[in-house]
Design a protein around this ligand. Structure first.
Ligand code: PAF
Length: 280
């Protein structure tokens, strides 16, 4: 099957106008892995057409080095998408998405303040802006995102509700390697030693889950449980551990009464990884 690669804004509108029936969009930054392909497969099951997008969005990187080092593997991405039965891929350039004199950004407020937002200033402004633009260009009925980026999902859901964007946000479970490491494009940048150490993030989450299942409801105790596991791995540098309300993402101070998002971020060398689970 031939994949049509569309780069220009006008051309994706033309490709979209040709599509009959429902359309699902799968926004990605490329360097695709099995987690992305699971989103594409789900989108294919639920829609007549699927438009994956590949765009390493400069406005969501607060660190220029991180943008420069972000993994890119377009040939392989297109091969994988071809194998997944996709016929159109939207792959704009930075100039298409941010032409000269671009000056309009989407800011989602409270839900972007903590967790990743606190550690990556401007990140969610970039995410919300590019995702809003991708939605406008592809006009999908459904948009597919992974639960691994739990705060991103919360931000996009908030934006969709607040701006009355007519589509459903579909959230798919985190896919994991056999040792529990959440699949991520960044994993391919890990050295063999860092790769071996990386499942410590999942082990920390599981320790919190076990404590919760054993009756522990104090969020501070759960944070300590996760931190203790993370610091046991010498290669991991903890960025944060969090136990937050699963909907509004406010950090919990009182005993857990409703669904809680336990999440964490840690660096292995220069590679920053995140992961999360929902408790309760
Ligand atoms: O999750 C990602 O890959 C990116 O944040 C997204 C949603 C494609 C926006 O650039």
């Amino acid at each position: 099957m031939v994949v049509e690669i569309v780069e220009a804004a006008a051309d994706i509108r033309v490709a979209r106008a040709r599509m009959r029936g429902e359309v699902g969009v799968v926004p990605t930054m490329g360097a695709l892995h099995e987690g992305h392909l699971a989103l594409v497969r789900r989108a294919r099951e639920e829609n007549a057409h699927v438009i994956p997008t590949i765009f390493v969005n400069p406005t969501q990187f607060n660190d220029p080095k991180d943008l420069l080092n972000y993994p890119r593997d377009t040939e392989r991405d297109l091969e994988l998408l071809r194998g997944a039965g996709v016929d159109v891929v939207f792959m704009p350039t930075p100039e298409v998405m941010y032409p000269p004199n671009f000056q309009t950004y989407v800011t989602v407020e409270n839900v972007t303040q903590g967790l990743e937002g606190a550690h990556r200033p401007g990140h969610f402004r970039g995410v919300a802006t590019v995702v809003a633009k991708l939605f406008n260009l592809t006009q999908p009925h459904r948009a597919y995102f992974g639960q691994k980026d739990a705060q991103q999902v919360a931000v996009i859901k908030r934006m969709v509700a607040d701006l009355n964007i007519p589509l459903d946000v579909v959230v798919c479970p985190t896919l994991r390697e056999a040792d529990g490491l959440a699949m991520s494009s960044r994993n391919r940048k890990l050295t063999p030693e860092q790769r071996q150490a990386a499942p410590v993030l999942y082990r920390a989450l599981i320790a919190a889950q076990l404590a919760f299942d054993g009756g522990e409801r104090d969020p501070e105790v759960l944070r300590q449980v996760m931190r203790a596991v993370l610091v046991s791995e010498p290669l991991a540098e903890v960025d944060y551990v969090s136990v937050a309300d699963a909907d509004i993402l406010d950090e919990l101070r009182e005993p857990i009464m409703a669904a809680a998002l336990v999440s964490l971020a840690a660096k292995l060398g220069s590679i920053r990884l995140i992961d999360n689970l929902i408790l309760g």
